[in-house]
Design a binder for this molecule. Structure first.
Ligand code: GBH
Length: 448
C-alpha cells in the first residue's frame, strides 16, 4: 500500500544528502593541506557577508564519524561529498599527500560500513591557490593538473566510490568566480572570463577519461540548471533571456551531451577551442546530475551596461529565507523538456542538489521547527515523481544539504541543512526536516 502522506518514488530510487569539502570540513591547515582559493578569498576582508571563513566550518574533518552516524539514522543510501584538491596535492601538482588521501579513505570506509554509497565530487570550487597564482582556470595547463589529480583519486578510490562527479557547477565557477567576482578567485572579467568555461569543460572530459582508466564504474556531472523566464514578451527581453540561457544552461550541457556549444556562443569561444577538445568533452556519462534551486527571470540590460542581460525579481511565489523563489513545478517542466529535447543523448538523471535555506535555530525545547523545509522537499519530490510518471528517467535525489554549512559569500548566514549546526559549540541538532526525510524514505515501497 502506498503511503499518501509522502511523495512516492519508484522502487530502487536513491535518496541521499550532499555536502562539499570547504563548506563543512574545517581543518584548513591540518595534515599538510595547502591553501585553496577559498581560503584566500574568505580571509580577504569584505568578501564574506559575516566575515566568517571555512577554517573550522562544521569541523567535519574531526567529526565525520558523528556525521556518518547521522546519515545512518536518516536511512539514506547515498552521500555526495567533495574531495579537497589541496588536501591531496597541496600545490595542485606533484606527489599525493598521504595524510590527505588517508582522510578520504577513512571517510569512504565508514560510509560503506554505514550503508552509504559514496558519490565523490573532485572539484567543488577549492582550487589549490598555487594553481590560481599561475592563472587558475584561465590557464589551459590547469586541465592537465586536474587530469593528474583525477588519476590519483581514481587509483586510490575507484574500487569503493559508486559515482564520480568531476566538477560541481562549472557555470557557477566560471560566472561567479571569473566573470562577476562574487566567488573566489574574485575576478571581474565579464565576457573575458569565457575561456574558463571551456577549460572547465575540457577538464571534465579529461577527468572522466582518467577516472575510467583507473576503473571508475560510474562517472557523471553536477550541472546547475535554472529555467530562464523572460521578464516580458518584448523582443529585447526574450533575446537577453535566450543568451543568458545559453550561457547558464547550454554552455556545459550541450558540449557534454552533444559535443558542441550553443550556436550563439560559438563565435565567443572560437579562439580558445583547440582541435579535439569537443570530442574530449563529450565523454559518455553514466548519469547526468542536476543541481536545481529555482527559475530565474531575465531582462535586457540598458545599452551602457557591461552585460546585455540583467536579473529581475521573480514575483508571485513564496521565497526561502535566502529570497529564492520556490517553484517546484519549474523543476517538473524542466525535466520533461530536458528529456524531450535530448532523448537518446540523455543518460539517467540524478538530482545531485536540491534544497532551501531557512535559518531558524532550536526553540526553547531544543526543537528546530523547519516545517517550510519539509514542505519544500515534499513539493520537489512530488514534482520529480510526476516527471518520472511522464517518462523522465530520474534515479535519485541528494538533498542539499546534510547539515548547515559555510554558504560561500553568505558565510554562516544561510542554513541549508537537515541538521542544525551551532557554530560556537559545533553541536549537531537534527531538525524536524531530518525526521521527515527519514520517515519519507522509510515509507517508500522499496528503496535503494
Ligand atoms: C549550489 O550552488 C552549490 O553547489 C552549493 O555549494 C551551495 O551551497 C548551494 O548551491 C546553495 O547555494 O538569483 O535568486 O534566482 C547554487 C548556485 C546559483 C543557486 C544562483 C541560485 C540564483 C538565485 N546558485 N542561483 S536567484
Amino acid at each position: 500500500m502506498s503511503d499518501q502522506r509522502f511523495p512516492q518514488l519508484p522502487p530502487g530510487f536513491r535518496f541521499g544528502t550532499s555536502t562539499a569539502s570547504y563548506q563543512i570540513e574545517g581543518a584548513a591547515t591540518e595534515d599538510g593541506k595547502g591553501p585553496s582559493i577559498w581560503d584566500t578569498f574568505a580571509h580577504t576582508p569584505g568578501k564574506i557577508i559575516d566575515g566568517s571563513t571555512g577554517d573550522v566550518a562544521c569541523d567535519h574533518y574531526h567529526r565525520h564519524d558523528e556525521d556518518v552516524a547521522l546519515m545512518k539514522q536518516l536511512g539514506t543510501r547515498g552521500y555526495r561529498f567533495s574531495i579537497s584538491w589541496p588536501r591531496i596535492q597541496p600545490t595542485g601538482s606533484g606527489a599525493a599527500n598521504a595524510k590527505g588521501l588517508d582522510f578520504y579513505d577513512r571517510l569512504i570506509d565508514s560510509l560503506l560500513a554505514s550503508g552509504q554509497q559514496p558519490m565523490a565530487t573532485l572539484y567543488h570550487w577549492d582550487l589549490p591557490q598555487a594553481l590560481e597564482d599561475d592563472g587558475g582556470w584561465l590557464n589551459r595547463s590547469t586541465i592537465d593538473r586536474f587530469a593528474d589529480y583525477a588519476a590519483i583519486l581514481g587509483e586510490r578510490f575507484a574500487d569503493r566510490v559508486e559515482h564520480w562527479i568531476p566538477i560541481n557547477e562549472p557555470n557557477v565557477v566560471s560566472m561567479m568566480g571569473y566573470s562577476i567576482g562574487f566567488h573566489a578567485p574574485g575576478k571581474v572579467l565579464m565576457f573575458d572570463g569565457l575561456p574558463v568555461a571551456h577549460h572547465l569543460n575540457v577538464a571534465h572530459g579529461r577527468a572522466a577519461i582518467a577516472l575510467r582508466a583507473a576503473g571508475a564504474a560510474s562517472v557523471g556531472c553536477a550541472n546547475n540548471h535554472a529555467p530562464m523566464w523572460p521578464a516580458s514578451d518584448d523582443a529585447a527581453d526574450v533575446g537577453a533571456t535566450k543568451l543568458f540561457d545559453a550561457m547558464w544552461n547550454g554552455m556545459f550541457l550541450e558540449p557534454m551531451l552533444l559535443g558542441r556549444y550553443p550556436v550563439d556562443l560559438q563565435p565567443l569561444l572560437e579562439d580558445v577551442i583547440k582541435d579535439g577538445d569537443l570530442a574530449t568533452i563529450r565523454q559518455p556519462l553514466d548519469f547526468y546530475g542536476v543541481n536545481y534551486y529555482n527559475p530565474m527571470r531575465i531582462g535586457a540590460a540598458p545599452e551602457d551596461a557591461e552585460m546585455p542581460f540583467e536579473f529581475r525579481e521573480l514575483l508571485g511565489y513564496p521565497t526561502t529565507d535566502f529570497g529564492w523563489p520556490i517553484v517546484p513545478d519549474a523543476l517538473r517542466e524542466w525535466l520533461i523538456m530536458f528529456r524531450a529535447r535530448f532523448r537518446a543523448a540523455l543518460p539517467p538523471i540524478m538530482i545531485t542538489e536540491s534544497g532551501c535555506a531557512y535559518n531558524m535555530g532550536p526553540d526553547a525545547n531544543g526543537v528546530v521547527d523547519d516545517q517550510q523545509r519539509i514542505d519544500y522537499l515534499d513539493a520537489h519530490l512530488r514534482a520529480i515523481a510526476t516527471a518520472i510518471e511522464r517518462g523522465v528517467d530520474v534515479r535519485g535525489y541528494y538533498t542539499w544539504s546534510l547539515m548547515d554549512n559555510f554558504e560561500w559569500s553568505e558565510g554562516f548566514t544561510q542554513r541549508f541543512g537537515l541538521v542544525h549546526i551551532d557554530y560556537d559549540t559545533l553541536v549537531r541538532t537534527p531538525k524536524r526536516s531530518f525526521q521527515w526525510y527519514a520517515d519519507m524514505i522509510a515509507a517508500q515501497p522499496a528503496h535503494d
